[in-house]
Design a protein around this ligand. Structure first.
Ligand code: UP5
Ligand code: MG
Length: 190
């Protein structure tokens, strides 16, 4: 079709590294549309979709939902938006997610924002969040960390090998992290 391809930034980082927090600031300052794959999946559960129970069970176990489900939700959200620049937060989470997204959408990310944060800090943040998420308990958090290490970091490494990773020290205070983010998002002026 004649539609122009959108500009996509993948926002990756461990559970609680601050992806959602920083995306909100990017939206305010730069006008991207924020698509959190986790938020889309949680909305799908709430909507009473036939996949809801399956999604809920996988999130509770810290497992990665089948890519066709997540990609469909992301594509729908992109089509429904008038915007042409997107932050895709928390996706792709494994090699299969990545390959399927590229094959289905033909979209390659402009770059990957990677929030690097020690597990102890991420654990502290998640345990003090209190939003009632079914996966914010210590047992599920440990599973999420393991899946991140084993399945999601290889995706970051893949993009790093293509020179597409912009790594940020996410252990710092929110404002300092955003200063680093800004330096990457702001178009360089001559
Ligand atoms: N906070 C943020 N930044 C801070 C800072 N610099 N200093 C101090 N505190 C900071 O932040 C977490 C908390 O820390 C907040 O209270 C915040 O105020 C504070 P947040 O911005 O929410 O971090 P984020 O990285 O977004 O953490 P989140 O828990 O959302 O990350 P996950 O990657 O674990 O969650 P997500 O929603 O992406 O996925 C959840 C589950 O959905 C997955 O485990 C999986 O089961 C499923 N899923 C899929 O299957 N497929 C997908 O494609 C996506 C999700
Ligand atoms: Mg989040």
């Amino acid at each position: 079709d004649a539609e122009k391809k959108p500009i996509v930034i993948f926002v990756l980082g461990g559970p609680g590294s601050g992806k959602g927090t920083q995306c909100a600031s990017i939206v305010e300052n730069f006008g991207h549309t924020h698509l959190s794959a986790g938020d889309l999946l949680r909305a799908e559960i709430k909507s009473g979709s036939e996949n809801g129970t399956m999604i809920q069970n996988m999130i509770k176990e810290g497992k990665i939902v089948p890519s066709e489900v997540t990609i469909k939700l992301l594509q729908k959200a992109m089509h429904e938006s008038e915007n042409d620049k997107f932050l895709i937060d928390g996706f792709p989470r494994n090699e299969e997610n990545r390959a399927a997204f590229e094959a289905v959408t033909k979209i390659e990310p402009a770059f990957v924002l990677f929030f690097d944060c020690p597990e102890e800090e991420m654990e502290r943040r998640i345990l003090s969040r209190n939003e009632g998420r079914v996966d914010d308990n210590i047992e599920t958090i440990r599973k999420r960390f393991k899946v991140f290490q084993e399945s999601s970091l290889p995706v970051v490494e893949y993009y790093d090998s293509k020179g597409k990773v912009r790594k940020i020290d996410a252990a710092k205070p929110v404002e300092e992290v955003f200063e680093a983010v800004k330096a990457i998002i702001t178009p360089k002026e001559e």
